[in-house]
Design a protein around this ligand. Structure first.
Ligand code: HBZ
Length: 839
């Protein structure tokens, strides 16, 4: 090994040089130092993880100055701050992103090279924090990146799950879930802050009794108290001095169990109590787009929300901002309804614990919250059974009743004699078993309500939240999602970045509209040649990876046709499968048919309890087994399921796509963000008029987007007139043959039972209207195949897609939030010397 002998050089440098220096020399020295003093290893016996850890600490040292200076500046200025409350932050690996945002990727790369190490291998070593399911959690992570890059004072608040989203394995074609152990090798990016721990009450009952002045008050007597310990992770802006904080709460027992044991003698009971407390932050619920009415889930929600609100109050006290000014100091963004119990919790804190009159407290609360809705699916709208809610949060339930009483008076005032409206809008659903409707609570308690794409917001106004739109039209607004170009272009696609930079400079990284300048080069044949070559190199990398992990050979000249996202019936991965089977059937009918070679790549997890979604995964693998081996196919089609789709893997796969599948039933996908990540890396989209697809098509131009399928209105109309999937099946011979092949057992070793539930769904009621969209999808795919044969035309479309995607940076989204209703200003951070800062 070529590690330097630090004892020879140590006398020539100050300690802080090795802690902060950015030269290749100091980086190497710091690395060697960390390997020895933190990992306790000689290079000769160090594992890859030791090297990764040594490098992570080297990088962490280099961002601490920004982090501390940022905190100190915010604290001194008492800056107005965005508190982003989210049950999920799907951060992905930290090392690479921090290298990019610090601007030291190249130096570190060289330092590692000189030490005989490969930076890319060390980056691969990192266990990613997968503290989210999919789009919603990843959006929160992209927004933190943009907030820091735009120098906006902000804090992300969430839960430090011990186990994040499960790892996915595939056994015999089926998904198998494996516990995610992201913390087992240690997490170098977080700092625990036990001094800012808080306590959260749960359960018990309320009592009305006189306080010391003889005034009657409500007291909550809980039967459980848990402690929340904050763990802070720095969030660097791209080439700014700003480093904001992601603060995640870990649940612990209030007292160590020996205390209880000593007190009561119930040693085992005390240990049990400790386990119960710690369970709260144990595991992420692995469902996306479906709510689970589980007690532990509600405990998680109140736990992180209460910890976060108390933390905000602590910050205000420390900065000497009076509590009345809560809405001036903080704007709390609710990432879906998961944190919406913050509304009654803030009321409880103000009224019960700070003795504020109800009206005043409600005035503060209403001005502090803003709510983002992420779904139109009825099964994803959170509702809590009154019994369960009242058992865990008796005081909050009383507060919700009071909010509801006053709210319904308001409704009555605005819409007299409309009792059906009262029933529809009540925060309590009384149609059967009684429930608290969390989305309605969020609407009443927030001053802003937004959807995540233009179409989605319109549908919220028209449909799901129509009554609330009529009541509070001024609250509704749209904020189309965006993604960070730092992670999803600079870090994930260095080849594309080099090519972009050589033509248009690197301003686009901070101002994505700069990509427009690429349009000037679309007529340059040399540039198109370079573009094509770049894509081939990327595809070769992915092909090598596929070979290594699945032993399947794929042809890099075939079209890479990719669908990577969570598995859900509304996302219609099985419509994609029907296309594959159709192509296969055409080959079987006519082996010499001239078809455009395609490699179909799938990635994504299914919720463990979602049987049909898991069956779709099995179907993909079963079809792959047949198609990939059939000599008639002659390698013109390949079907590959890539297991364990996560952020790290997403970064690898997006750049390689030629075609991006965004094929949800119109009106079901709120926005989608994968659609943006693919297009930003030069894929052409085949998609429905759903979510942000609508806006992507508007931006890139209809001629550079493959549109198919029913519109939302047509979906509604067809449902209304009585949709008969069976008729489509009987009228379209290709469709019939495709479904018959599945039903007959052709892909399941002759077993017709295996995929029967899926076939029954399709021919029975086909909720997501695959059969209605099939013909349009197939015909459009035929046009895609045609277009791909003219590779020069394809490359033009690819370039124009990238050039016109500027709107979909999360920087644009965050700017919109800031200007429209957060009303927060950037704060410049001055970097002070480490020595002065500690003086
Ligand atoms: O949020 C997704 C939407 O489906 C997608 O269209 C949108 O682009 C994205 C960001 O706005 N929603 C989710 O990812 N939802 C969840 O993951 C989820 C998790 C737990 C739940 C409910 C939904 O209880």
């Amino acid at each position: 090994q070529t590690l330097p002998n630090s004892s020879e050089t140590v006398t020539e440098v100050r300690v802080e040089d090795d802690r902060t220096g950015l030269s290749v020399e100091t980086l190497k020295r710091a690395f060697a130092d960390n390997l020895f003093y933190i990992q306790g290893k000689f290079p000769q016996i160090a594992s890859k993880n030791d090297f990764y850890m040594a490098l992570a600490y080297t990088v962490r040292d280099r961002l601490l100055r920004r982090w501390l200076n940022t905190a100190e500046t915010y604290s001194r200025n008492a800056s107005r701050t965005v508190a982003y409350l989210s049950a999920e932050f799907l951060m992905g690996p930290q090392l690479g992103n921090n290298l990019i945002n610090l601007g030291i990727y190249d130096q570190v790369n060289q330092a590692m090279q000189e030490l005989g190490l490969d930076l890319r291998e060390l980056l691969e070593e990192e266990e990613e924090p997968g503290l989210g399911n999919g789009g919603l959690g990843r959006l929160a992570a992209c927004y933190l990146d943009s907030l820091a890059t735009l120098e906006i004072p902000s804090l992300g608040y969430g839960i430090r799950y011990e186990f994040g989203i499960f790892d996915q394995d595939i056994k015999d074609g089926w998904q198998v879930e494996i516990t995610d152990k992201w913390l087992s090798a240690g997490n170098p990016w977080e700092l625990p802050r036990p001094e800012w721990s808080v306590e959260v009450k749960l359960g018990g009952h309320t009592e009305k009794r006189a306080d010391e002045h003889g005034n009657f008050k409500i007291y909550w007597v809980p039967n459980q108290v848990v402690k929340g310990i904050p763990y802070d992770t720095p969030i660097l802006g791209y080439k700014t001095n700003t480093a904001n904080t992601l603060r995640l709460w870990k649940a612990e027992a209030v007292e160590s169990f020996d205390f209880y044991a000593f007190d009561s003698g119930d040693y085992l009971g005390a240990v049990h109590q400790k386990t119960v407390s710690e369970n709260i932050s144990k595991v992420l619920y692995p469902n996306d787009n479906s709510a689970q009415g589980k007690e532990l889930r509600l405990a998680q929600q109140i736990f992180f929300v209460s910890c976060s609100l108390k933390d905000m109050m602590r910050i205000m006290e420390q900065q000497k901002v009076p509590l009345e000014q809560f809405p001036e100091k903080f704007v709390i963004q609710l990432n879906d309804t998961h944190p919406s119990v913050a509304i009654p919790e803030l009321m409880r804190l103000l009224v019960d614990e700070y003795d504020m009159p109800w009206e005043k407290a409600w005035g503060i609360t209403k001005q502090s919250f803003a709510y983002t809705n992420h779904t139109l699916l009825p099964e994803a709208l959170e509702r809590w059974p009154i019994g369960l809610f009242g058992k865990m949060l008796p005081r909050h339930l009383e507060i919700i009743y009071e909010i509801n009483k006053r709210f319904l008076d308001e409704v009555r005032m605005k819409f007299p004699d409309d009792t059906d409206r009262l029933r529809r809008m009540s925060l309590i659903d009384e149609s059967g078993e009684r429930y608290v409707r969390m989305a309605f609570l969020a609407c009443v308690g927030s001053y802003s309500i937004n959807g995540v794409a233009a179409l989605h917001t319109e549908l919220l106004k028209k449909d799901v939240l129509h009554d609330f739109y009529e009541m509070y039209p001024e609250k509704f607004n749209n904020k189309t999602n965006g993604v960070t170009p730092r992670r999803f272009m600079v870090l994930s696609n260095p080849r594309l970045c080099r090519l972009l930079n050589s033509k248009i400079g690197d301003e686009w990284i901070k101002n994505l509209y700069e990509l427009k300048k690429l349009e000037a080069f679309v007529e340059d044949p040399e540039f198109r040649r370079q573009w094509r070559e770049m894509k081939l190199e990327i595809k070769q990398d992915v092909a090598d990876y596929i070979k290594k992990t699945t032993d399947i050979d794929v042809n890099v000249n075939s079209m890479f046709d990719i669908q990577a996202k969570r598995f859900h019936e509304y996302k219609r991965q099985h419509l994609n499968v029907l296309h594959i089977i159709t192509l296969y059937n055409r080959i079987k009918a006519n082996p010499d048919i001239d078809i455009t070679p395609r490699t179909f790549l799938f990635g994504g997890k299914a919720a463990p309890g979602y049987y049909i979604a898991k069956l779709i995964i099995k179907l993909i693998n079963s079809v792959g087994d047949i198609v990939n081996r059939d000599p008639d196919v002659r390698d013109r089609l390949k079907v590959v399921f890539l297991k364990d789709f996560n952020v790290k893997f997403a970064q690898r796969i997006y750049p390689s796509a030629d075609l991006s599948e965004q094929i949800s039933t119109a009106g079901k996908e709120a926005s989608g963000t994968g659609n943006m990540k693919f297009a930003l890396n030069g894929a052409i989209t085949i998609g429905t008029l759903d979510g942000a697809n609508v806006e992507i098509r508007e931006e890139v131009g209809a001629e550079n987007f493959f549109l198919f399928g029913l519109t939302t209105e047509e979906v509604y109309a067809l449902k209304k007139e009585g949709y008969q999937p069976w008729e489509y099946y009987q009228k379209d011979p290709e469709l019939k043959l495709a479904i018959d092949r599945i039903a007959s057992g052709f892909f399941s070793h002759g077993d017709p039972k295996l995929f029967k539930p899926l076939v029954d769904h399709l021919l029975g009621n086909d909720q997501y209207m695959l059969l209605a969209d099939y013909r349009s999808y197939i015909d459009t795919q035929d046009r895609v195949s045609e277009a791909y044969r003219d590779i020069d035309r394809w490359v033009r479309m690819s370039i124009l897609n990238v050039a016109r995607m500027g709107k979909f940076s999360s920087d644009r989204s965050i700017r919109d939030y800031c200007e429209d209703f957060w009303k927060v200003q950037p704060v410049n951070i001055e970097l002070k010397e480490y020595v002065q800062a500690t003086a």
